[in-house]
Design a protein around this ligand. Structure first.
Ligand SMILES: C[S@@+](CC[C@H](N)C(=O)[O-])C[C@H]1O[C@@H](n2cnc3c(N)ncnc32)[C@H](O)[C@@H]1O
Length: 260
């Protein structure tokens, strides 16, 4: 992506917010019961803020980071109490939080250029930002996410979006064309998205090396996930080098036997 290319520009952002947030909704159902009361959550690649909204409504403090100003402005409107920052998750400051989410292939997008070493670094930074036993919920596209030339589209009364995928080794390039009804006509825009896929076993290995206990989920709750999209729930467990003090409860966790 160059700075002049659209990436979740206004049209795709509006369509995403109106019609493509099922994943974020169901991911919130998984994360909410795992949160401490009045916890702090970082929503990486927060998009239009659906997950942030559900967490904030449950009393949690939310920070979202995303590359797309159009999505961020929808998120900020929806969640006035949230702090939404424009930035790349590979370099953004994460702070210290109880949970981190990256829902909707965010890690695949963010590491399209940097590859596995960028993903390893991201996992380490996520681990360093989490309190002990903090959760990292995310999904990651695997090699079978799309077939070569696969084409999908979705038609609504006021919008139409079509996506065609081309696959080369572990890189997926999606051409996305949108049409939005404006007045008596339709406006077209198009975007190119690049993602890098990872074998789920490789993702598990990287997470464990970063200091996580890893649970591979079969889905977000009962929800059917798109083909080749793998959800992970990682728990921050490795004590060495990561101790942080936040509360008495957390301090008690620190004093648990080192059998972890
Ligand atoms: C499929 S959308 C998912 C949005 C949201 N998490 C949801 O579930 O509705 C992927 C998101 O990742 C964001 N994204 C991709 N690469 C990013 C990066 N390097 N840093 C921050 N955000 C990124 C995009 O802008 C987009 O909002």
């Amino acid at each position: 992506m160059t700075s002049t290319e659209l990436f979740y520009g206004p049209d795709l952002a509006a369509i995403h917010a109106d019609h493509h947030e099922a994943l974020a909704r169901t991911a919130a159902d998984v994360l909410l019961p795992l949160m401490p009361s009045a916890g702090r959550v970082l929503d990486l690649g927060c998009g239009a803020g659906r997950l942030s909204l559900m967490l904030a409504a449950d009393g949690h403090e939310v920070v979202g980071v995303d590359l797309s100003p159009a999505l961020l402005s929808i998120a900020q409107r929806r969640v006035p109490s949230g702090r939404f920052k424009e930035g790349d998750i590979l370099s953004a400051d994460f702070g210290t939080v109880d949970a981190i989410a990256a829902i909707g292939e965010v890690v695949n997008y963010a590491t399209a250029t940097g590859g596995p070493s960028a993903l390893e670094t991201l996992f380490r930074r996520v681990r360093e930002s989490l309190l002990l036993r903090g959760r990292f919920l995310f999904d990651c596209a695997g090699p079978n996410r799309h077939g070569q030339g696969e084409c999908v589209w979705s038609e609504k009364p006021d919008s139409f979006v079509a996506m065609q995928a081309s696959v080369r080794d572990d890189i997926i390039t999606r051409k996305i064309v949108t049409f939005i009804r404006r007045g008596s006509g339709w406006e077209k825009s198009s975007e190119l998205h690049r993602l890098r896929t990872y074998e789920p076993a490789e993702v598990c290995r990287m997470l464990e090396e970063a200091g996580f206990e890893v649970q591979r989920l079969s889905g977000y709750g009962e929800a059917q996930l798109p083909n080749g999209l793998h959800p992970f729930l990682a728990t921050a467990v490795n004590l060495s080098g990561y101790l942080r003090e936040r509360s008495d409860q957390t301090a008690a966790e620190y004093s648990k036997p080192s059998s972890w």
